[in-house]
Ligand binder design. Sequence first.
Ligand code: PSV
Ligand code: MN
Ligand code: MN
Length: 424
Amino acid sequence: MQIDQNKIDGYNSQSLRKHERALAFLQGEIPHAAEIISQLGEFQIAIPSWALGTGGTRFGRFPAGGEPRNLEEKIEDIGLLHRLNRASGAISLHIPWDIPEDPAHIRAVAAAHGLKFDAMNSNTFQDQPGQAHSYKFGSLQNVSRDIRQQAIEHNIEVIRHGIALGSESLTVWLSDGSCFPGQLSFRKAFENTLEGLSEIYAELPDNWKMFVEYKAFEPNFYSTTVGDWGQSLLYASKLGPKAYTLVDLGHHLPNANIEQIVALLLMEGKLGGFHFNDSKYGDDDLTVGSIKPYQLFLIFCELVDGMNARGMKHATDLGWMIDASHNVKDPLEDLLQSVEAIQIAYAQALLVDRKALTAAQERNDVVAAQEILQQAYRTDVRPMVAEARLRAGGALEPLSVYRGEQVRAGLIRRRGLVTIATGL
Ligand code: PSV
Ligand code: MN
Ligand code: MN
C-alpha cells in the first residue's frame, strides 16, 4: 500500500498554517531550534519485524486484520511508516521468523522503501519444528554440550543471514535461567554462556557488533543468566571490543534507575543499543512514552550528554530500536506514536541548558538543577518534530494521514481479515 507524495502534501497543506504559527513561536523561544530540527531529521529508529502484527498476551490474541503475511509485507508496512514519518528507515529481523530465502530480492524490496537492515536477532527461546534438541532447560547455559552447540550454530547462521542482507549487528537475547532454587549452578551457567558467546563472537565480521541484551525475569522466574546490566557488561567486557550491552527499557526490576545505568554504560564505552517501549509492571512492551514519559526524557538526557562526552554521533553510533507488542491497538498506529514519543524525548533532551545544569550541580543547587531539566521537559517540542518530518518529505501529522487514507481497511482488503503473522 503506497501513499504518494501528492497525498501527503495535500494533508500537510491543510495544517500548514497552524504548524507554522506554532513553530515560529518556538523558534523565537529557542535560539538553537534550527540545530535541533536538523538533528531530529538525522535520527532513525528501527522497527522490529515482530511488532507489525498483534502479539497479544499469553491469554489470547485479537488480530487487527491485514497483518503482514511474509517478510515482503513486513518490509512494506515499515516502508509505509517511513513514508509518513521519515524516521523509521530500518528493519530488525528475527530468525527463524524472518528467514530471507532470497536475500538479493529482500534487499531490493527494502531498498525500494528506503530501508536498511538493523540488528539481526537470534532465537533460542523457542523450539523450532524439526530441531534436534530442546531449549527447555536453556540454550547457551545448558549442561549439554550438544544443546549449546546447536544454539551456537543457530547464532552463526543468523550472522550469515545478516551478512547477506547488509546488517552489521547481532542481538543475542537469551531466555536462559532457572525457575527454582537449586535448578542450576549460577557459575557453570555463566561459564557455559560465556564460552558459547565467545564462539559466536569469533564469527562476527570486523565491522559487526554484538549486543548482549539482559532481562531480569521471564520466562524464567528465579534466575536469569543474563539478568541485569552488570551481568551483560561482564559478558561484553570479557568478549571484546565488538561486544556491547543492549538496554531494553522493559527488562528491569521495578523502579530501577535506567538513566543512571545508561550514563555508566556510556561512560565505559559499552552501551551498544536500545529497545524502546514502556511498562507499568514488567516487560509490558507498551507504546513508548505512554506510561513514564519523564523517565524517557531523563534517559535521553543521559544519552545526549554521554554520547557528546565520547564524541559519538547520536544518529548512528547506537542501535535505536522499538521493541513493542500490541494487544488492543492497530500496530502501525502504535508504532507511529512510539517513534514520535522517542523524537519528542530526544528533542527535549537537546533543549537542556547543559552549561547551566553543570553550574547548578557544581554549587549543589538542587532546585535550580531540577528546574533546568523540567524547563526542557515542559516545553512542547512537537512543532520541531513535525518540522523535521516536513523537511524530509513526511507528514506533519502521520496518524491523521494514516487514518484519513484508511490504511488498515486497505490492508484488510488486500491481505484478509484473518492473517497469521509469524513471530510472537
Ligand atoms: C525479550 O523479552 C525481547 O525483549 C527480546 O529483545 C526478544 O528478541 C524480543 O523481546 C522479542 O521476543
Ligand atoms: Mn528486547
Ligand atoms: Mn522484552
